[in-house]
Design a protein. Sequence first.
Length: 371
Amino acid sequence: RQPMSDTTVRWVDLRPRDDAEAVEAAIRRVIEAGWFVLGPEGEAFETEFAEATNGGRTVGVASGTDALTLTLRALGIGTGDEVITTALSAVYSAQAIVMAGARPVFADIDPDRLTLDPAAVEALVGPSTAAIIPVHLYGQPADLPALAKVADRHGLAIVEDCCQAHLATCCETPVGTAGVAAAYSFYPTKNLGALGDGGAVTTRDSQLEARLRRLRNGGQTERNQHTDSSAHSRLDEIQAAILRARLPLLPSWTARRRTIAAQYRDELTNAPVLVPATLDTGHVYHLFPIRTTGRDAFQEHLRNLAVETLVHYPVPIPAQPAFAFANPAPCPIATTVCNELVSLPLYPGLRDTEVAQVIEAVCTAPATGSL
């Protein structure tokens, strides 16, 4: 890999910018207080994030994966149960199901939305099905109204994977409110990112919240009293303080993501790539993927023009060796899409000149076969 020049458009730049002063102050505040786990910063962030997402109550945990795993465990889902989720996502959506002791069942995706296909889900519901985990992939809300109908017909829990969808809405309703709970990640690349790992669960179910608080803290009900077997999974005070500093900026950051995405959509109309449809105005553009049948040549072309790209995700989850035990059924749409996706740079700190550089590079890419 060639070193980046001053003119290279980074795929992402995680260095604090407009939030730098607030982030530094937040870190100093925690260090001076000398309280680093399960303290006032975490409690305050839980309250503030719940208000921002309209998700009821928030329980901070160590990662988005833990948020999903602990939610399934708190719902009593485990050995002998099946959970239906998407074939196209970060692998951790499915890893959480396995970590809870259940069997993942993979449904294919809607070819336009690139999220869980409700009809495919319906076809996979069986006597052992306990829940559905829709992933709001790339910031695009899954078809929650249709998935809710499937869940209602079969008495299934919906646990939303909102790890890439902070502040997204579906049909003008905030994501994270359609099911019994929602999982969020604060990994540094997320729309609301920490400077390390972090996650949270939001829920309106007070009993589920209480179980989650117990499970995230070694199964404790009170000091030295453990009713459950569980590992620690806690959002530390420094990360909570950083997230508190950044949360007020999230609406403006989201607006900037949408502005860049709109410019890409407007100016890539005639480019030799397929830009996936935006099927809901609540899209928050965690990523901006395009599709091309000549991915290697496309990425090489952009690299030669000093534009970084990444691929999310090159292997459908059912094809990962880790899930061979589940004997997953083929998901042909996800398989095809995984061979074609490329993520363009899109983050709030991207300058207008850099956006223009990306657009020019994409528009001058060599033509490939039809999609």
